[in-house]
Design a binder for this molecule. Sequence first.
Ligand SMILES: *[C@@H]1O[C@H](CO)[C@@H](O)[C@H](O)[C@H]1NC(C)=O
Ligand SMILES: *[C@@H]1O[C@H](CO)[C@@H](O)[C@H](O)[C@H]1NC(C)=O
Ligand SMILES: *[C@@H]1O[C@H](CO)[C@@H](O)[C@H](O)[C@H]1NC(C)=O
Ligand SMILES: *[C@@H]1O[C@H](CO)[C@@H](O)[C@H](O)[C@H]1NC(C)=O
Ligand SMILES: *[C@@H]1O[C@H](CO)[C@@H](O)[C@H](O)[C@H]1NC(C)=O
Length: 880
Amino acid sequence: MKISLFAAALVTVLSVVDAAQHPKIKLSKNSKKVADSYIIELETSYTGTHASFLKSIASKFENADITMRQTYDSPLFKGMSVKIGSTASVDGVGKRSLHHTGSSGVLAAFAESPEVRTIYPNTITERPKVTVVSKSHSNSPELMFAHNLTQVTTAHNYGYYGKGLTVGILDTGVDYTHPALGGCFGKGCKVALGYDLVGDAYDADKNPHPVPDNDPLDACGANSGAEGHGTHVSGIVAADDHKYNFTGVAPQAKLGMWRIFGCTGTVSDDIIIQAMLMAYEAKVDIISLSLGGSSNWEEEVGSVVADRIVGKGVPVVIAAGNAGADGYGQIGSPGTGKRVTTVASFDNSHFLAAYFVIAGHEDTKYPYVLSSHASPSMPNGPIVPSASTDTVTNDACNGSPVSSQVSGKIALVRRGGCTFDEKAASVEAAGAIGMLVYDQSGGGAFSPGSTTNTIPVAGISTDAGEAIFAATHGQRPVSVEFFTDYTAVAIASADTVSSFSSIGPLNENQFKPNIAGIGGQVFSTLPLYLGGYGTYSGTSMATPYISGSIALFLEATGKHQDPTYILEKFQNFAHLAPVTNGMEGLDNPIRQGAGLVQIVDTIKDAGHVSPAQISFNDTAHLVTSVTLKISNKGKTAITYTISNNQSMAVSPFDVANSGYTPLPAIAYTTDAATLRFSTRRITVKPGKTVTVKVSVVPPKTNPKDHIHYGGFVQFKASGNAKTIHVPYFGVVGNNKDLPIFDTTLLGLYSNDLSTEYTSNQTYVLDRSNLATTTPYIVYRLLSGTAYIEAQLLDSNKQFIGYTETDLAYIPRNTLESGAQYYQTTWQGSYVPKGFKQTSSSVAAPDGYYWIKFRALKQFGNPAKNSDFETWLSPRIQLKN
Ligand SMILES: *[C@@H]1O[C@H](CO)[C@@H](O)[C@H](O)[C@H]1NC(C)=O
Ligand SMILES: *[C@@H]1O[C@H](CO)[C@@H](O)[C@H](O)[C@H]1NC(C)=O
Ligand SMILES: *[C@@H]1O[C@H](CO)[C@@H](O)[C@H](O)[C@H]1NC(C)=O
Ligand SMILES: *[C@@H]1O[C@H](CO)[C@@H](O)[C@H](O)[C@H]1NC(C)=O
Ligand SMILES: *[C@@H]1O[C@H](CO)[C@@H](O)[C@H](O)[C@H]1NC(C)=O
């Protein structure tokens, strides 16, 4: 694998001294943070005001420019976010002496204050990505197909609709003028609570100036670029539309909306945690966040605050993320919070598509899906295949003949061989007025994505393609008529894990994701300015599905229950999916968590097993056995037969061919663990609890491969009781052996990145010409690391200080453009060792230096040198 240093966007450029070194400072080198902004958590014992605290810090400086951004005054989190003004920042040359000046100095003053508990970076979270499947539909009675896969239909039949419960959502706002969302805001309305923390124009990157008001309405308008994410999410929880027969999971629940995104753009951590605390203060029953960043660590501030809220008895439900294509270990914070319910996505059973009929065969409706950039409709008209047989593998690709018959007609083209754009260009050149592409391998109607040609393009099933071939007898044009109302199309991957769903575990082998909802192809409400309804895909959709399900559970079984108990019940009765439909092997818990929610079993069944998920850790830190407690809250005894239902193992690397670069789409193997049980059969009497000890014997695979084995402890129940599953996984190998640095992409580069310096060369850094002589150090992390530092060595290779100080909880790189590597610079200053740890930087005298990078291995002990990976730069000559 080769990564071009020019192709990718540059991830991070840090100033000379990015941070002072202090145990209170938890800086994570994330892809993006608000520059010079920090979240300062104060000790709960601090009784003064925020302003007086800030004043006490500022008074240590001659002309400090520190701005307060957000203040927090919750028993769960006390403190503030601040921005340290640029006038106070360290100049790049570092010619200041050891006064507490500059942003490092100010940060140091915060860290040294006894009132300060922890300092966090103010990380930026991207707007959640959804796949827009279709944006509007016209007057077709509609159901949310997902409800049949999750027993929500049955729960509604039992009369559970979420009445009396309030779900608090943090999102892009909501169009509550939508009839399905109640039409109004405030007391007595469906959207009863909420606040707009940011305003339309806010964007943490481009316009980081929140303009709050007390109305969370999304009125961005069709031309704003807004996608109506929060309205879609709200509808999944609680929409209730009698006219269109559309109901969310808990149509009688109330909603709260804390708006944290503007019409477009990103949000910073200080706003996210403020909104979480506000929703908690408003006493909602469930908090739902369809968002996530790129850090797989549970130490991020959003994860910490979410976990504390759960600790107070309010379930916090957060998306696992949509990074399934980036390989294992990609759950994003705040979904990494310890007791948070982290949600994976399963695909829906059907999606909606417009349909066409073939003249003479009008009673068969064939769905078609227009490409998203095509003209809005397919013309009715004759259709004819561009090739005379259905076996041409590169139909209508460049160099492949196109029948002249297509002129003035719609061309039928076989999928495969080249892009849809290339095919469209060929048939358009032959005079076609539209193109239908049929799947070549038995698949259904599909979306051709976005195409750029002027003629409309749509995807249809193999069956539809064959039917047109049959009707045209090859080359005789036949009439087709296109309808724009919708028909339900079965999804081949229904009820299995969505390909986009982020894969666990966390960096220290914590079990994530926990549970799955339906997130692939979900129909729900959109702002009226976007047409009122549409289909989106993402763990953003699966998350409110679980939040709504928790509302049904609380309605049925009583409010105010321990969130851990609720999650355990959900996990106990979830439905397990195979890797792909028709395949025997179950998908691994690091993809599906416990599986897809089954709400009626969760509500009705008397059984409960705790803990409801197991991480056996790696084999070097093996948790050899776990004791499970099985209890029965029912009126009759239940007998369980206990067995090991193994899943497929995930093989995260192809060590022989691409080393420890995580496979961008994971691979599976059949390796599996043996489980031993203290008993194979138990009877649990009503009101009683019985324990079973589960011991693991991991598979004997090569520890270098670090495969993640997994499966489910299966409690097959007697009588009418439901079978319970407890998901487990473990790693064969030692996380400590995982390389941190990708040595093929670790080096000192010239200022234009064109030349890498080797260990026998000397790099010349000329302080009078920093613009062209500042070197870059480029590195790529194959695994997340809890700590990195860069030491400066003098001409005798003696350690004299740091060019970059502690960067904590750093996520690994991926193969996504923009996230492929980190880079940093050195401009000749450093934080001296032996001085106060939090000192500002000083200029290094002219001379020869080396920079030594140290990264802590996973599970490493920071006090042990041998637990670090190190790299020594080429020699650097510093001169003026
Ligand atoms: C809604 O569903 C009911 C029951 O399935 C059906 O009778 C009714 O016609 C539907 N309403 C609309 C507007 O389609
Ligand atoms: C859900 O299942 C019921 C019962 O099997 C069936 O009648 C109904 O059509 C299904 N609905 C959808 C949307 O699939
Ligand atoms: C795995 O073991 C390491 C090292 O002892 C520990 O830090 C980590 O918390 C363990 N993880 C789990 C999930 O038990
Ligand atoms: C394992 O679980 C799946 C899904 O619930 C089930 O179909 C299968 O029968 C189970 N396997 C065994 C051996 O019990
Ligand atoms: C410098 O080292 C590189 C590889 O490390 C080697 O290819 C090259 O020949 C060396 N050059 C000199 C002048 O020693």
